[in-house]
Design a protein. Structure first.
Length: 138
């Protein structure tokens, strides 16, 4: 059986519905997508990774395919009220398995931003080894 990690329903629905409803903020979206892809994604890579992960999440949890998110909540409180209804219906958390390596395309973040915005100037910064944290974030 594949290794899994447990994630909040709102994190999963943020990917499967393409509407951000995670109660734990954007960091939770990075966590689930980094877990599923085995990558350390940059902000501009989130939409692509979400598209890669959504089918796997719905395969793991087919009952979530029926969830639709209202077009306009009007307020953050309305989002949380809607999410609480979904939690009562589907449960607060779900186990999530990683993607098969063939289901995620690893693209260097600088290469990918150049693919997305070839007109945008990019300034590289080299961090001396003595100042690197070892976590991939400089």
């Amino acid at each position: 059986m594949a290794e899994t990690r447990v994630f909040h329903l709102g994190d999963i629905l943020s990917i499967t519905t393409e509407r951000f409803v995670s109660p734990n903020g954007i960091g939770a979206l990075y966590e689930i997508l980094n877990w599923m892809t085995g990558d350390n994604l940059f902000t501009h890579q989130i939409p692509r990774a979400s598209k890669e992960c959504a089918p796997a999440l719905l395969e793991q949890h087919p009952d979530l395919a029926q969830v639709t998110v209202p077009e306009d909540f009007g307020s953050e409180d309305a989002v949380l009220a809607w999410l609480n209804q979904q939690v009562r219906r589907f449960g607060e958390t779900r186990p999530v398995a990683q993607l098969h390596p063939d289901d995620h395309t690893r693209i260097d973040p600088i290469t990918e931003i150049r693919m997305i915005r070839p007109d945008m100037p990019i300034i590289g910064v080299e961090v001396p080894p003595s100042e690197q944290t070892g976590d991939g974030n400089g």
